[in-house]
Design a protein around this ligand. Structure first.
Ligand code: IVH
Length: 665
């Protein structure tokens, strides 16, 4: 055994002290002073030291306990069966080691696992006697928890009495109390109280001395365990519990072996942000309850279960600077420049705060430590400020009254969340943004025209409106910075190609406020030609599916502007053209919905999309049961699996000519 130096002893003492303090904050006071990642680092360091120097391990170490000593204000409850914790696999390798250990201990070659989300909430136990809910308790330190019976009784999905059935006289179930994201957002906006994240909100709402407060909070429960399980399959037990009226997960699946576990993990991670509640990983449990009993438990956790966490979805960073960006419609968006953090495979250096009210509500200041979250593919946003880390000199952010780019007045109509620069097209920022949007992939798809180039064009006064793009000469293009003759020629070719488009794309490219891709398509389909849209009244526009009064007004007011109409006419004069969308019944692919994935060799995905749209088809981004077919190119990725699972037809590039109605060979 290695010799123990004073430094090691001291380090272990400091780590224990820190972990105890953070446990106390987290479990008892519902506060957070470090990120999950930092906490995990402390924990792992302590665990490693205790493993290397076993003589330092003591039963009082936080690694040997499951939670924290409970709050004293609520009554305490001792658990008849201790509420254990879960061991974690941090890597795929560790998960494989878990499966190996299970198989070795049981002496079998294959194991079926029940897989379900790991909810990020609060563990509770619910006790039913004679079918009636008699007690609910928090986990506490695993042996003694807090009595939260009155609070849990206010959660609508918890049955106070089990439905008819052969339930045991005494039934103790384990579950998780959590808060769905939608409810959390409403709660945080209500101003009653601001929570750092969903878990804190759930904990703070549940552990109230006044159950009346809990009753007003949007809490849910999901059950994931049973006190004394007997025999059978875990999945069957869960099904049984659902029949008694207890909420169980709709995501529960039985998978085969570690490969099945990994596939489930992958699939759930992809849908993570669509679930509507926070899931921080997956829990795998040996499905056969008899085998669970044979495997038993360690002091702190069952040997038959493992948690495998997803990579963090929330990270912490520091706000270095705050600024306001001006968008294409003049909307001012406050953006925080962050101390760069490498996460989600990219370096995150800024996060949005959406609008003025959000900055005020979240009270974000320069120098603040903030929780940053990325939901799906969208830009990271600031969720909240860690108040405990705020310095004394942090000054509140002052929203500008003049546009930071052109100096025009900032206007914010009463009742609207968005403040806008009133400079219109004289504002260079709006012109640059309008150009970028016009040229973007889903609009006219002018390859090579990005933000840097757009800035130069506006700065040098070469382009006032998008129509000017088509008037620039080769010499003018080639005269721009970082543009050689060849790139200039490429750009002119891209511009020439962009002239043949569809009405859908053209309408979208104009950047009319409130008109996204879907609305542009709906307008194109309903009216068939641009003139009809230009002349339509607000009432007529509202006849279009999904067009309400706000969108209709935005469209009508866009075409009321003289200078917009001049731009349209100049674009058409420059040769921008599109086929008249065929009347719905005449279009050969009308009503068909496609998804395109992977790399095509004979054309870009955008080109394929345009052609399909021209034939009346709809092209959407994600695979669901409503699509007709998935068109796959090289390296298709997960969409292919999903389409197969849903039984959708799969087409390859070779099927395209047939779809387009082109005779071949
Ligand atoms: S099973 C014997 N299943 O995670 C312990 N726990 O980190 C059985 N948790 O204390 C726990 N989702 O509160 C189980 N699907 C799930 C879970 C889950 C979340 C919580 C639970 C546990 C903690 C351990």
């Amino acid at each position: 055994m290695p010799a123990i130096s004073d430094t090691v002893v001291e380090r272990v003492r400091v780590l224990r002290q820190q972990i105890d303090r953070h446990n106390q904050l987290y479990y008892v006071l519902n506060q957070t002073a470090i990120s999950d990642a930092e906490y995990d680092r402390l924990w792992v360091e302590l665990q490693d030291l205790e493993r290397d120097f076993p003589s330092l391990a003591t039963p009082a170490s936080p690694t040997q306990r499951v939670g924290a000593t409970p709050h004293t204000a609520l009554g305490s409850v001792s658990h008849t069966v201790p509420m254990l914790s879960l061991d974690k696999a941090r890597t795929e390798l560790e998960l494989r080691a878990f499966d190996q250990q299970v198989r070795d201990l049981l002496g079998v070659s294959d194991v079926a696992y029940a897989a379900e989300p790991k909810w990020d909430g609060l563990a509770v136990s619910l006790r039913y006697e004679g079918g009636e809910l008699v007690r609910a308790a928090t986990r506490g330190d695993g042996y003694t928890g807090e009595d939260i019976t009155q609070n849990v009784r206010t959660i609508p999905t918890v049955p106070l009495r089990l439905r008819r059935g052969a339930w045991p006289t005494v039934l103790e179930v384990l579950g998780e109390v959590y808060m769905p994201r939608a409810g959390f957002e409403v709660l945080n906006r209500s101003g009653e109280k601001t929570f750092v994240n969903l878990r804190n909100a759930a904990a703070g709402s549940l552990r109230q001395l006044d159950p009346g407060v809990t009753a007003r909070r949007p809490l849910r429960v999901v059950c994931h365990g049973i006190g004394s399980a007997g025999e059978g399959a875990y999945s069957t037990l869960m099904h049984q519990m659902a029949q008694w009226g207890l909420p169980v997960s709709s995501e529960l699946a039985v998978v085969s072996g570690v490969e099945g576990c990994l596939a489930y993990y992958q699939a759930l991670q992809e849908r993570r942000t669509e679930l509507g509640y926070d899931v921080d990983g997956v829990v795998f449990k040996v499905n056969d309850v008899l085998l669970q009993t044979r495997l038993g438990c360690t002091r702190t956790a069952p040997r038959w279960a493992r948690a495998y966490k997803f990579p963090a979805e929330e990270v912490w960073s520091v706000v270095e600077h705050m600024e306001v960006q001006v968008g294409r419609t003049g909307a001012l968006t406050p953006v925080a420049r962050l101390r760069p953090v490498f996460v989600w495979g990219v370096t995150v250096s800024h996060a949005t705060l959406h609008n003025e009210d959000e900055v005020r509500r979240k009270d974000v200041r320069i120098g603040d430590t903030v929780v940053v979250r990325r939901a799906g593919d969208v830009i990271p946003e600031i969720v909240s400020v860690i108040q405990a880390r705020r310095g004394t000199d942090a000054a509140p952010f002052v929203f500008p009254t003049r546009c930071p780019v052109c100096g025009a007045e900032v206007v914010r109509p009463a009742g609207e969340a968005v403040a806008r620069c009133s400079g219109g097209l004289i504002c260079p920022a709006q012109r640059v943004a309008a150009l970028c949007h016009f040229a973007s992939r889903r609009a006219l798809d002018i390859q090579g025209l990005g933000e840097k180039l757009a800035e130069q064009l506006v700065e040098k006064g070469l382009v006032q409106t998008v129509a000017d793009l088509y008037d620039l000469t080769l010499t003018q293009w080639a005269g721009l910075e970082r543009m050689g003759n060849q790139s200039a020629r490429n750009l002119m070719e891209a511009l020439a190609r962009s002239k043949t488009t569809t009405l859908d794309r053209f309408l979208y490219a104009l950047g009319i406020r409130e008109v996204g891709e879907a609305t542009a398509s709906a307008l194109a389909r309903s009216f068939g030609d641009l003139m009809a849209i230009r002349e339509a009244s607000v009432e007529t526009l509202q006849q279009v599916p999904d067009v309400g009064p706000v969108v209709a007004e935005a469209v009508a007011s866009f075409f009321r502007e003289e200078h917009h109409c001049t731009v349209l006419e100049r674009l058409q004069k420059a040769g921008v053209t599109w086929p008249t969308p065929r009347k719905a019944e005449a279009a050969p692919l009308a009503g068909k919905i496609f998804v395109i994935t992977g790399t095509l060799s004979s054309m870009t995905r955008e080109e394929a999309k345009t052609r399909l749209q021209t034939l009346g088809a709809k092209v959407v981004g994600s695979v669901s049961a409503t699509i007709d077919a998935l068109i796959v190119g090289e390296n298709p990725g997960s969409k292919l699996e999903k389409a197969r699972a849903l039984g959708r037809s799969i087409l390859t590039e070779e099927d395209l000519p047939g779809l387009f109605g082109i005779e071949t060979g």
